[in-house]
Design a protein. Structure first.
Length: 251
């Protein structure tokens, strides 16, 4: 009886020993192997055998991780307070460093992303945040990537999701946009008046060179006036005709 129990114990121990020594890693996974606490190698993908008790293994996922950065209070360069949220895309490119160089790479990247987002956006004015979001994404991505490189992490992309303004700032921006539209309308109107004045000056120069053109223009104007159903008709007279009679009266 004792022999049977001992045999069962040995079999169970052997199965447990064998099970703990066999690891299977998917294509996107790697295993960091430690031998008596010291780094040994990076194993996987596929079937990996280790020596239980002497070797330990840590599983690492190499797929891209989507990290949502909590909403951050940012003070812009022109002292405007805004709330900014973003999304960070990163992945592990060096499994060894991601385990050995930093305690918790996910939490470390998250905290670093929050501080970097506030730091980078704080160097820009509000207009830049609203109009040049793509440039800000690149600035934050490069700043993050430079700091996470020693952890074996590659930040591939940063997307600023939303920039929230206070109600008073929204009203101020609306007033500014309205004033800008009014300014453009006045500039366009002034440019139109300038072009019209230039054309009238050119027409006056041409008519001055050809007196007969003035008479033709006069007759054309009378035709236009007569075509309308007006009760009052005003006949303009050229100044040279009136000046002849005024000169005769003085004589």
């Amino acid at each position: 009886m004792l022999t049977q129990v001992a045999g069962i114990v040995v079999v169970v121990a052997a199965v447990a020993f064998l099970a703990s020594s066999i690891w299977v890693f998917r294509e996107y996974e790697r295993g960091i192997v430690f031998f008596l606490g010291r780094y040994d190698k990076v194993a996987g993908p596929g079937l990996v055998f280790i020596i239980p008790l002497l070797q330990q293994i840590v599983r690492v996922d190499l797929r891209t991780v989507v990290l949502e950065v909590p909403t951050q209070d940012v003070i812009s360069r022109d002292n405007v307070s805004v709330k900014v949220s973003a999304v960070i895309y990163f992945r592990i490119v060096d499994a060894r460093n991601a385990i050995i160089e930093v305690e918790n790479y996910f939490n470390a990247t998250s905290q670093l992303a929050q501080t970097t987002l506030r730091s980078v956006l704080g160097k820009h004015q509000l207009d830049d945040m609203l109009a040049e979001r793509e440039k800000l994404n690149i600035d934050v991505q490069q700043a993050l990537d430079a700091q996470t490189a020693s952890w074996g992490i590659k930040v591939s992309n940063v997307e600023i999701k939303q920039i929230d303004l206070t109600e008073s700032m929204v009203r101020a921006i609306a007033r500014q946009a309205e004033a800008e539209r009014e300014r453009r309308a006045k500039v366009i109107h002034a440019e139109g008046e300038l072009q019209a004045a230039e054309k009238l000056a050119q027409a006056a120069t041409i008519l001055a060179k050809e007196p007969q053109s003035i008479q033709l223009r006069y007759l054309e104007t009378l035709t236009v006036i007569g075509a309308d159903k007006n009760t009052t008709v005003i006949f303009p007279l050229p100044i040279d005709v009136i000046s002849h009679f005024l000169q005769a009266k003085k004589d």
